[in-house]
Design a protein around this ligand. Structure first.
Ligand code: CO8
Length: 257
């Protein structure tokens, strides 16, 4: 397996993953999914992890979907196995304790869109193209799209996209809430560098608690979710970050987390 199939760069706990199959528009085959799984083994035990950024190599695509060539001859059982493996891996990415940012630098289709949906943030270049075109191939989304897309953009828009297979541009993706920001392609890297610096510079324990509160609370009824928030809020007062953050405010200086 090539070590370079996904490039990993760690800059003071901000880890950038670059899916590196530009000739196939970074399509996700089982080798890429395996590689992502073994990278996640390391990230899950990375004590100083601050944020994760995931993107695709080249200027044309984030990820143009699951690898159609590899999928074409699969039996139902093999398809189930492949989808299950990818789903588990994408879930592990989603549940990393730190913010995960999708840097969408072009085509973001099918499994690529599903990968972006599992990220906390999606920042897109203005030439990015999104869609769940699986029905055009005689299948449906299999990496979580039928479930995460309606949770992100609402069921009506999700049904529109998964039943027509139509592609949307970055401005429509922004309007429906599929992405957080759209930037001119030339400014995308600078923007993301600033964003990850900001995420990485905030109190690491409180950022993790904020992510946990939103993620875990989403699956609970409101009262349970509010109780979870209270517990996590109170826990923040058990560490040094709260003392430093509030002291810095009172002393009119920047906090040092
Ligand atoms: N899989 C494999 N190869 C791909 C894929 C893909 N998803 N997308 C692009 N490629 C390859 C092309 O075959 C081509 O290879 P080659 O140069 O060897 O012919 C190369 O990338 C460049 O692509 P194009 O020449 O097609 O580039 P264009 O600029 O003309 O078109 C598009 C770009 C519009 C992105 C076009 O490539 C395209 O439509 N790609 C397929 C998009 C798609 O349908 N994605 C969804 C795939 S299905 C899916 O993701 C389901 C996930 C759930 C799976 C469940 C598990 C069983």
């Amino acid at each position: 397996m090539s070590e370079q199939l996904i490039e990993v760069q760690d800059n003071a706990g901000v880890v950038r993953l670059t899916i590196n199959r530009p000739k196939a528009l970074n399509a996700l085959n089982s080798e890429v999914i395996d590689k992502l799984g073994s990278i996640l083994d390391g990230l899950e035990t990375h004590d100083d992890l601050r944020a994760v950024l995931i993107t695709g190599a080249g200027e044309k695509a984030f990820v143009a979907g699951a690898d159609i060539t590899e999928m074409r001859d699969k039996t139902p059982e093999q398809a189930r196995e492949f989808a299950g493996q990818a789903l588990r891996t994408i879930k592990r990415l989603e549940t990393l304790p730190v913010p995960v940012v999708a840097l969408v630098n072009g085509f973001c289709l099918g499994g690529g869109c599903e990968l972006a949906l599992a990220c906390d943030w999606a920042v897109a270049s203005d030439n990015a193209v999104f869609g769940q075109p699986e029905v055009l191939l005689g299948v449906i989304p299999g990496f979580g799209g039928t479930q995460r897309l309606p949770r992100r953009v609402g069921p009506a828009m999700a049904l529109d996209l998964v039943t027509t297979g139509r592609k949307i541009d970055a401005s429509e993706a922004l309007r429906i809430g599929l992405v957080n920001r759209v930037m001119p392609q030339a400014e995308l890297e600078d923007y993301v560098a600033e964003l990850t610096k900001q995420l990485g510079g905030n109190g690491p324990k409180s950022v993790r608690a904020a992510k946990q509160a939103v993620h875990d609370g989403m699956d609970q009824d409101l009262d349970s979710a509010l109780a979870l928030e209270t517990s996590l809020f109170a826990l923040c007062f058990a560490g040094e970050e709260q003392t430093e953050g509030m002291s810095a405010f009172v002393e009119k200086r920047k906090p040092n987390f």
